[in-house]
Design a protein around this ligand. Structure first.
Ligand code: PLP
Length: 406
């Protein structure tokens, strides 16, 4: 078991009044949160709660102009088509797309479907015999399994590709950029990476991946835990694909998007029949991204990092708990912001699932299992507490008090 170092200076635990004044009215906008004052929802990395504006947008659409998109000629159908196109523009703007006229936005049910589309609809037409790809097996399975499916699909056609494991640094769980650069050969055509780790909460410094792999390989980014949680800027990331889950970013379940740069390789056009889109979900995604844009992704990131830092700092003083990933977490005045709004831990003497049940009895909704981590991930189960803009320091303190008593 890893020894937990004590930092030279303790991280600040007070929350600036100005930030609290900003957050309080935002929390009030989440009906499910205000209706359950005795419960703390600490599972936003799995899915987020929805603000009134998002629920209202979907209801308004369904009660005034529900129709199919891109098909009819009557006003409801035309409006639906317009709303779907508007949602594509909203996604591009929200992600800071530097070349919106050239990119493509596909609506999907979540990051998993987005990544599978890249793996199964695009990659097999891009790779040729002898090519190599690099994929992260310590991240979410959604960003590991599809690349092997693509390899097997190609092998069945007689096209052999090699799948390399993305190298990690042992302690920080960030990617090891030097080892990554050393893995690249002239046959490396594709690299998959994750923006924010769903177990360790670490920011994976993916803006350094392009520098490590050079200009040629196509980079596909799983942004399931970053979009809606922290600012995401495509111009700075320099990736070719980005998939995210709208439902983790305050939109309705069954929403997400796959953004593709559309500059290199075969055009992303599987040519299949996509069928009727999730129009109400897409409308909710526009409303969610607008809401997040107004609230300010940078401030949301500061808030959730500070909550995670509070939890990490509290846990560090509880001997019976082991924190997964980097045990240090600083907020507000830290030059190094490494942990986003996710903290995963284990009780040294209690199974994570048991702890999850006990915590729910005390009003905390956390997740306890293996968190769908890929095969290079943790073998044992753990408890994950993940926050969003609606969570408060008081909820974290209550959780810490209850953990301390166990
Ligand atoms: N990638 C990461 C990092 C995730 O955390 C998740 C979900 O937890 C996914 C992908 C899959 O997202 P979805 O279930 O929305 O498809």
């Amino acid at each position: 078991m890893r020894a937990v170092p004590t930092p030279a200076t303790p991280a600040p635990t007070g929350f600036p009044e100005e930030l609290r004044a900003w957050q309080a009215p935002l929390r009030e906008q989440f009906p499910i949160i205000t209706a359950n004052p005795g419960l703390a929802y600490l599972d936003s990395a799995a899915t987020s709660q929805k603000p009134r504006a998002v629920l209202d947008a979907a209801t308004a659409y369904l009660t005034t102009s529900n129709a199919n998109a891109g098909r009819g000629t009557y006003p409801w159908a035309n409006r639906t088509t317009r709303l779907v196109e508007q949602a594509r523009d909203t996604v591009r703007a929200f992600l800071g797309d530097p070349e919106p006229a050239r990119s493509r936005v596909d609506f999907v049910s979540g990051a998993s479907e987005g990544l599978r589309r890249v793996a199964l609809d695009w990659l097999p037409r891009f790779l040729t015999d002898g090519d190599e790809i690099i994929v992260p097996l310590g991240d979410h399975e959604a960003n590991a399994l599809p690349w092997f499916e693509a390899r097997d699909l190609l092998a069945a056609r007689g096209v052999r590709i090699t799948v390399h494991e993305m190298p990690y640094q042992r302690d920080s769980h960030d990617y090891d950029m030097a080892a990554l650069a050393a893995l690249v050969t002239p046959r490396t055509r594709f690299v998959a990476a994750t923006h924010v780790h769903h177990v360790y909460g670490g920011d994976m410094t993916v803006h350094l991946v392009r520098r490590a792999v050079g200009p040629e390989p196509v980079i596909c980014l799983d942004a399931a835990q970053s979009v809606g949680h922290v600012p995401v800027d495509l111009a700075a990331l320099d990736v070719d694909f980005l998939a995210f889950s709208g439902h983790k970013a305050l939109a309705l379940p069954g929403t997400g998007a796959l953004w593709s740069r559309g500059l290199r390789g075969p055009v992303f056009a599987p040519g299949g029949w996509d069928g009727t889109p999730n129009t109400a979900g897409i409308v909710s995604l526009t409303a969610a991204l607008d809401w997040l844009g107004d609230a300010g992704p940078a401030r949301i990131g500061t808030w959730t990092e500070a909550l995670a830092a509070r939890l990490t700092d509290g846990l560090r003083h509880l001997e019976r708990y082991e924190i997964l990933g980097c045990p240090l977490s600083l907020a507000f005045d830290s030059p190094v912001r490494r942990r986003r709004g996710i903290v995963t831990f284990r009780h040294r003497a209690m199974e994570a699932v048991d702890l999850g049940f006990i915590l729910y009895d005390r009003g905390h909704m956390v997740r306890s299992d293996r968190h769908c981590q890929g095969r290079a991930g943790e073998e044992r189960t753990s408890v994950r507490a993940s926050v969003h803009v609606y969570n408060t320091p008081e909820e974290i303190d209550r959780l810490l008090d209850d953990l301390a008593a166990l």
